[in-house]
Design a protein around this ligand. Structure first.
Ligand code: NAD
Length: 240
């Protein structure tokens, strides 16, 4: 399987969780140094992992990433389109470049990953699972995130349309919408802003990366064999 954007954060937690369940994982990121560190750490834990750098907006690089998984592990059963960035700013101050960059990384990146992985899964003839990491920002919209909310909502349309196209080959496509999760992104928030967000979560705590990794594990596995085109919201009850 392949997890994009997995040198750190949620992607790294997904790679670790799925590898611990026995998956052979190609971790991938645009940040080659962090990717190498992640590969060393996961391998030192005895997990079946190899690293391949790729920018998810680069068509040739994404195609090569899928083929690297096939040549290394013999096939690809799962891809998690997780790589992402933020360029937050109110719309009045947001540049067109920052709008386009965020849409490109999330939407073009997930589209390329879906296209090449689905093609390979179709050729293999044994189905597969594709998981797109959206965000609650794509459902409810956040101030300062017109680019990110648009991109994350767009991923839901991509998920549903590709799920309809790929179903006949046994390839399932689903999405996860995380809420507030403890990562470098949330660590950098002003404590009062973070506390205000956490106070709105009925389960009473911020999410941990493993909470998202567990949802991805479910969608990647046959436990979700009858699910496609679905969106799992993982947010502790916030935004019901
Ligand atoms: P993160 O910044 O810790 O990790 C994202 C990784 O993606 C980084 O390692 C980065 O180098 C990589 N990346 C960025 N651009 C890339 C590109 N063009 N090609 C390949 N890799 C690239 O972020 P995270 O918090 O772990 O977020 C992971 C995903 O989860 C993102 O899609 C994010 O939008 C989504 N998400 C996160 C949260 C949260 O609370 N952290 C909430 C909802 C959704």
């Amino acid at each position: 399987m392949v997890v994009t954007g997995s040198a750190r954060g949620l992607g790294l937690a997904m790679a670790e969780r799925l590898a611990a369940e026995g998956a052979s994982v190609v971790i991938s990121d645009i940040d080659e140094a962090a990717l190498k560190d992640a590969e060393t750490r996961l391998r030192d834990s005895g997990l079946s992992v190899c690293a391949k750098a790729a920018n998810v907006t680069d068509e040739d690089a994404v195609e090569a990433l899928i083929q690297h998984c096939v040549s290394t592990f013999g096939k690809i059963d799962v891809i998690v389109n997780n790589a992402g960035i933020t360029r937050d700013s109110v719309m009045r101050k947001m540049s067109l470049a920052d709008f386009r960059t965020v849409v490109d990384v999330h939407m073009t990146g997930a589209w390329l990953g879906t296209k090449f992985a689905a093609q390979q899964m179709r050729d293999q003839g044994h189905g597969g699972s594709i998981v797109n990491i959206s965000s609650m920002s794509g459902k409810v919209g956040n101030v300062g995130q017109t680019n990110y909310s648009a991109a994350k909502a767009g991923l839901i349309g991509l998920t549903k349309a590709s799920a309809k196209e790929a179903a006949r080959y046994g390839v399932r496509v689903n999405a996860v919408q995380p809420g507030l999760i403890r990562t470098a992104m949330t660590d950098a928030m002003p404590p009062d802003v973070l506390a205000a967000g956490v106070s709105q979560i009925p389960l009473g705590r911020i999410g941990e990366p493993v909470d998202i990794a567990n949802a991805v594990l479910f969608l990647a596995s046959d436990l979700s064999a009858y699910m496609t085109g679905c969106t799992l919201e993982v947010h502790g009850g916030r935004s019901m």
